[in-house]
Design a binder for this molecule. Structure first.
Ligand code: NAP
Length: 266
């Protein structure tokens, strides 16, 4: 779990308004805190009010600015409402980080139910459609959209023991939507990019490892997939988001930033 440093610096995203989904745990939490440390005002969006409030409190205790946005990204009306509240409070949105995601089911596709398929797509793909739809009109001064795909949007899973086809389909769709949106909104100064993490040490991955029945052995096996020798930490990804959110990446759009310890190069 990421730990916050003690204060907000004059930073790389000072003055920007960021809306971060899945911000209550894992990579989203690390991202929300890092953006705030670098001067952004951050709307902390998660479906779990308690964990989101903890992140808001952490940011405020550092002297940063945060707003609570309790929402299930699969709920279009809820997304429209919370984005409207952020715009009412801070006038616009500059950075949208679509981090909320479900690992979904680990079953061969012939055993996946339609309801299971729909839930993964509703969160991982439709959720990004919802937030992008309502955030883009609020990006009145240009902006940066950062969508979470995965190495599993790029390559197949590690083995037949970990069938992940529906998740992979959802993360491939994120790459396509990101490229399309990048072209659509470039003329408005709105950049759209994806991030493809390898295995990162988060509650999502902890759940994945536990479901194997031998979490320690599964962790060792997962670490071995990465030439750099271990799972990544949430901050390893948050630094990538910070770059894409900042004006340092003003010439970057329509791309996918792979942060995977070398996994997909192996
Ligand atoms: P995580 O530890 O499960 O945290 C995700 C957060 O998003 C949780 O607080 C979760 O709430 C919330 N969330 C889930 N569904 C939501 C919804 N419908 N609406 C609002 N909030 C929702 O996940 P993570 O590992 O940080 O992953 C973050 C993103 O990176 C995901 O898109 C994931 O697919 C992607 N990714 C992760 C890895 C990795 O190795 N960790 C690798 C590649 C890509 P609940 O806990 O209540 O579900």
């Amino acid at each position: 779990m990421t730990t916050a440093s003690s204060s907000v610096s004059s930073g790389r995203v000072t003055g920007k308004v960021a809306f971060v989904t899945g911000a209550g745990r894992g990579i989203g939490r690390a991202t929300a805190i890092m953006l705030a440390q670098h001067g952004a005002k951050v709307a902390v969006a998660d479906r779990d009010a308690d964990v989101a409030q903890e992140v808001v409190d952490t940011i405020e205790s550092m002297g940063g600015a945060a707003a609570l946005a309790v929402v299930d990204v699969a709920d279009e009306d809820g997304v429209r409402q919370v984005i409207g509240e952020v715009v009412d409070r801070w006038n616009r949105i500059d950075v949208l980080v679509n981090c909320a995601g479900l690992a979904g089911i680990q079953k061969p596709i012939h055993e996946v139910t339609t309801a299971e398929y729909d839930r993964v797509m509703d969160v991982n793909v439709r959720g990004i459609f919802h937030t992008t739809k309502y955030a883009i009109p609020a990006m009145t001064n240009g902006g940066s959209v950062i969508n979470f795909s995965s190495i599993y949007g790029l390559v197949g899973g590690a083995s037949a023991e970990s069938p992940y086809s529906v998740y992979q389909a959802s993360k491939g769709a994120v790459l396509g939507m990101s490229r399309g949106d990048a072209m659509m909104y470039a003329s408005q100064g709105i950049r759209v990019n994806s991030i493809c993490p390898g295995f990162i040490d988060t509650p999502m991955v902890a759940g994945f490892l536990e479901r194997t029945g031998d979490a320690a052995a599964a962790r060792t096996a997962a670490a071995a997939l990465h030439p750099l020798g271990d799972l990544g930490e949430p901050d390893d990804i948050a630094y990538g988001v910070l770059y894409l959110a900042s004006d340092e990446s003003k010439f970057v759009t329509g791309t996918a930033l792979v942060i995977d310890g070398g996994m997909t190069a192996a």
